[in-house]
Design a protein around this ligand. Sequence first.
Ligand SMILES: Nc1ncnc2c1ncn2[C@@H]1O[C@H](COP(=O)(O)OP(=O)(O)OP(=O)(O)O)[C@@H](O)[C@H]1O
Ligand SMILES: [Mg+2]
Length: 262
Amino acid sequence: MIELTSVSKYYSSGFLCRKRAYVVNDVSLAIRKGETLGLAGESGSGKSTLARMMIRLVEPSAGRIVFDGIDLLALKKPALRQLRPRMQIVFQDPDTSLDPRLTIGASVAEPLVVWQKAGRHERDDRVIELFGMVGLQPELADRRPFELSGGQKQRAALARAIALEPEFLVLDEPTAALDLSVQAQILSLVQVLQKRMNLTLLFISHDLQLIGRMSDSMAVLHEGRLVESGKTDAILRRPSDPYTIRLLEAARESEEWFGKDK
Ligand SMILES: Nc1ncnc2c1ncn2[C@@H]1O[C@H](COP(=O)(O)OP(=O)(O)OP(=O)(O)O)[C@@H](O)[C@H]1O
Ligand SMILES: [Mg+2]
C-alpha cells in the first residue's frame, strides 16, 4: 500500500544554510494493505515528521514514497489534492483536528462539503451515520469542542478522518492525552473501524504495549534513524537493537511501578 525508500528530512541552518540537522535519516519501510505498522521511539525521534511525510504534509528532503503504486513525491499540487481523501491523519491533540468555532457536526461534515460529497440531506444522514460509527450520540452534533470530553473529541476527530473513506490513516499518538479506560475504548474502536473499512494504519506511540496490541509489524526510530523493523511479535519477544531493548526495559519498569493489569 505504501512504501518508503531512503526517506530523509533535514532542516538547514547556519551560514548559507550549510548546517543540516537530520530529523529523519534514510528510512525505508512498507505497510501492506489492511495492516497496521506501529511506529515507536522516544520524544523527538522523528515519528511525527516521518508520518507527515508519508502523506506529504511535510516535504521530504530526499527519498521516494510510493502510495498504491503512485509516486507521491512526483505529484504536482492538483494531483496531490485528488489523492488527499485517500489518506488522513488523526493528531494526538484532538483540538488540532477540530476547529473550535465549528460545532462537532459541522467539523465532521466539513470534508463532505469541501469534496462536494452528497447533497445537503444526504450529508446530514452521512454525518449521523459517522457519529454512529464512532459511538457518538447524535445530540452532541450541536456542541462545540470545548463542550466535549477528550474521548468524545477524539471520536469526533476520527469521524472526520474517516468521512471520505480513506484507505490509509495515520494515528499520531491518538490516545496520549486520554486516561487509560478511554484510551482502551478508542483503540478498540480503531480496530473495529479498521476491519470494517479495510484501513491501512500507521499507529504512532511511544508505548510499546500499545504498539504490541495494535500492530502487525513495527518500526523503532532513534534520532531519526530506523533501528529496528519487522513483525511486532518477533521484535517484542526478541529485540535485536540495544535501543529497542532499552525501550522495552523502560516499559517493563513502568509497568511494575504502576501495576500490571491496568
Ligand atoms: N520545522 C522544523 N524545523 C526544525 N526542526 C524541526 C521542525 N519540525 C520538527 N523539528 C525537529 O525534529 C525533531 C523530531 O520531531 P518530531 O515531532 O518528528 O518527533 P516525535 O518523535 O514525533 O516526538 P514526540 O514523541 O514528542 O511527538 C525534533 O527535534 C524537532 O525539534
Ligand atoms: Mg510526535
